[in-house]
Design a protein around this ligand. Structure first.
Ligand code: SF4
Length: 367
């Protein structure tokens, strides 16, 4: 393995494939790192890095945002959520707007904060918005078990948790999406291990490399993918060995499946994906906000002109959305991909907008 970035980049240039290849980075943290460190500009032009559905806030459907707003309006409840969801636009409003109108909506850093609040305020109904992939699900499962053991009766979760491998299979089956390899997520894989990706290499003949988040990690992972493609093989390899094991984290997995069963889940842009979600087991159903609270029916609508769906499938780059940086900006986000700290549009806006504008200007000069 090459020992520094210069050698890695040279090696990538010397060994680049003779055709264009699309590598999808599944994780939003990878997207941010790629943009932040300018890795797209370092690698050969025919290696195309495309972002996938790896930002949990971005893939949460707008109907979920609308439901949470509906419940905040209809009931006297305290809602706790991670910060990224706060400013995602729903059809009519956002959690941020509702809070400014006096609704009891709070940012928390852990589901334990919401449970503590419920324990200390037994007269108040408390809902934690359980969002995230396999990385955050163990935390939710622990909190549910604790609420059950302590017989806390005023605590609920609004469950939007999602599982990553099932979504990758859906992308591979989608004829609009062209993927030659996956840069698999490091944090998710720390929980699930490498085995859940084996079907991608074996059945779809697509190389998968589980990558860390430093620039060297990502470049090494891309080099490993290129090596596989040049050899005509497809395997699941772990570059992020300092964190990820083949078997994942058995204790975390056990905790998840003590509390949840697999179910279908709706993803923004991708639709309903069988087996890509989780539902609370019968024993814990009393903590399920969707079971306890009924929200008046409401027709959700995607924001006009927003291409987040295509961005999340890797069909379009953020800069191909006509609202990008003109109307849609971090201070005025139209879709979730511009809000989230792991969103592709936010990454391009923060780190690559100037390069894109520079290229456009160059183009205009040439015309
Ligand atoms: S730039 Fe804004 S409107 Fe366009 S896809 Fe991204 S989030 Fe949606």
């Amino acid at each position: 393995m090459s020992s520094n970035i210069k050698e890695l980049v040279e090696s990538l240039n010397n060994n680049k494939p003779d055709h264009k290849i699309n590598i999808m980075e599944v994780c939003g943290t990878h997207t941010m790192a790629i943009s932040r460190y300018g890795l797209r500009q370092l690698i050969p032009e025919n290696i195309n890095l495309i972002s996938g559905p790896g930002c949990p806030v971005c893939v949460t459907p707008i109907s979920d945002i609308d439901w949470i707003i509906g419940i905040a309006r209809q009931y006297d409840v305290s809602i706790f959520t991670f910060g990224d969801l706060f400013r995602v636009p729903g059809t009519e409003s956002s959690l941020y707007n509702e809070k400014s109108k006096g609704k009891d909506i709070n940012i928390c850093y852990s589901p334990a904060d919401a449970l503590d609040f419920a324990r200390n305020n037994p007269g108040k109904k408390v809902i934690f918005i359980a969002i995230g992939f396999e990385t955050t699900i163990p935390l939710t499962s622990v909190i549910i078990k604790r609420a059950y053991q302590e017989k806390i009766n005023n605590f609920y979760i609004y469950n939007t948790h999602k599982l990553v491998p099932e979504a990758l299979e859906l992308l591979l089956l989608d004829k609009e999406v062209e993927i030659d390899a996956f840069l698999c997520p490091g944090h998710v894989s720390a929980i699930i291990g490498s085995k859940p990706y084996n079907f991608i290499a074996e059945d779809y003949h697509i190389p998968c490399v589980i990558s860390g988040f430093e620039p060297m990690d990502i470049l090494e992972s891309i080099a490993t993918i290129i090596r596989q493609i040049n050899k005509g093989i497809s395997e699941v390899e772990i570059q992020y060995r300092r964190v990820v094991r083949e078997e994942g984290n058995p204790a975390a997995l056990k905790s998840i499946y003590e509390v949840f069963d697999k179910s279908d889940s709706v993803w923004r842009g991708l639709g309903n994906i069988p087996g890509s979600g989780l539902k609370l087991k019968k024993k814990f159903l009393k903590f399920d906000a969707k079971t306890y609270f009924t929200v008046k029916r409401f027709k959700s609508r995607e924001p006009a002109g927003c291409e987040c769906g295509d961005v999340l499938k890797g069909i379009k780059k953020p800069t191909e959305c006509r609202l990008f940086s003109k109307i849609c900006k971090p201070e005025n986000p139209i879709g979730p991909c511009m809000v989230s700290s792991e969103g592709s549009c936010a990454a391009y806006y923060k780190y690559e907008k100037i390069k894109v504008q520079h290229l456009k200007n160059l183009n205009m000069t040439l015309i």
